[in-house]
Design a binder for this molecule. Structure first.
Ligand SMILES: NC(=O)c1ccc[n+]([C@@H]2O[C@H](COP(=O)([O-])OP(=O)(O)OC[C@H]3O[C@@H](n4cnc5c(N)ncnc54)[C@H](OP(=O)(O)O)[C@@H]3O)[C@@H](O)[C@H]2O)c1
Length: 193
C-alpha cells in the first residue's frame, strides 16, 4: 500500500463533522469532491459512519467497517463489497488484501471517519495526505449544532498540524453564494512522505 489518505469536512471553528449521526449541512460540491477523490477506492470507516448510510457507496470499490462488536460485524458481513474488522490495523490488512487482489489501486485507500478513526489515522505512519473541507458556518448556527446530543468533531490541529504541510486551499465554486456558507478545500501532505 502506498499509504492511505484521509478525507473529511468540518466546521471552521468547532471542527464539527457530525451531529446526531448525520452531517449537519448539505453541500453538494463537497459531496461531489468526496466522490471524485475516493472513486474506485477502499473506504475505511467506523460503525457510526457506516450506519449513516448503511449502503456500500457505489462510486467506490470496497467499504471496510470497523467495530469491536462481533454481532454487528456478523450482521453486515454478507453485504457485497463490504467487510468488517475489529481494529484499525485489521482495516489496513483488509485494504492490503484488496490491493494484492487488484481490486483497488495501491494509492486508493481512504479513511473517511468518524472522530476516533480520524484520530487514529492522522498520527499513523502510513498516513499520506489529508483533504479537509472547512465550512465557515455562522457562529449561531455552529452553536446550535454543538448543543446537540451527539456531536462528532475532527481532531484538533494540536494533534496533527506539525505532522502535515498544507499544499493548497481552493475556495468552493459556490462558496458564500445561493445562501450557502463560505467553504474551502484544503490539501495537506504528511511530512513523512
Ligand atoms: N463531515 C465528515 O467528513 C464526516 C465523515 C464521516 C462521518 N461523519 C459524521 O460523523 C458521525 C459519526 O462519527 P463518530 O465519530 O460518531 O463514529 P464512527 O467513528 O463512525 O464510529 C464509531 C465506532 O466505530 C468503531 N470503531 C472506531 N474506531 C475503531 C477501532 N480503532 N477499532 C475498532 N472499532 C472502531 C466503534 O464501533 P463499536 O462501538 O461497534 O465497537 C466505534 O463506536 C456521524 O454524524 C457522521 O455523519 C462526518
Amino acid at each position: 500500500m502506498n499509504g492511505f489518505g484521509i478525507i473529511a469536512a468540518c466546521t471552521k471553528r468547532a471542527r464539527v463533522i457530525g451531529q446526531n449521526g448525520g452531517i449537519p449541512w448539505v453541500l453538494r460540491e463537497d459531496r461531489d469532491y468526496f466522490k471524485r477523490v475516493t472513486k474506485d477506492a477502499a473506504l475505511l470507516m467506523g460503525r457510526a459512519t457506516w450506519e449513516e448510510s448503511n449502503i456500500h457507496l457505489p462510486h467506490s470499490r470496497a467499504t471496510i467497517v470497523m467495530s469491536r462488536d462481533a454481532s454487528f460485524r456478523d450482521s453486515i458481513n454478507k453485504i457485497p463489497n463490504v467487510s468488517t474488522v475489529s481494529s484499525f490495523c485489521e482495516a489496513l490488512d483488509a485494504a492490503n488484501k484488496l490491493i494484492t487482489s487488484d481490486t483497488v489501486a495501491p494509492d486508493a485507500v481512504w479513511v473517511v471517519g468518524g472522530e476516533a478513526v480520524y484520530e487514529r489515522a492522522l498520527t499513523h505512519s502510513l498516513a499520506r495526505e489529508l483533504h479537509l473541507t472547512e465550512i465557515d458556518l455562522a457562529a449561531e448556527e455552529e452553536e446550535k449544532i454543538i448543543s446537540a446530543k451527539r456531536v462528532a468533531r475532527f481532531p484538533s490541529e494540536e494533534l496533527w498540524s506539525e505532522m502535515y504541510s498544507k499544499i493548497d486551499t481552493v475556495e468552493g465554486a459556490k462558496s458564500g453564494l445561493d445562501g450557502l456558507p463560505t467553504y474551502n478545500f484544503n490539501r495537506y501532505i504528511a511530512n513523512s512522505t
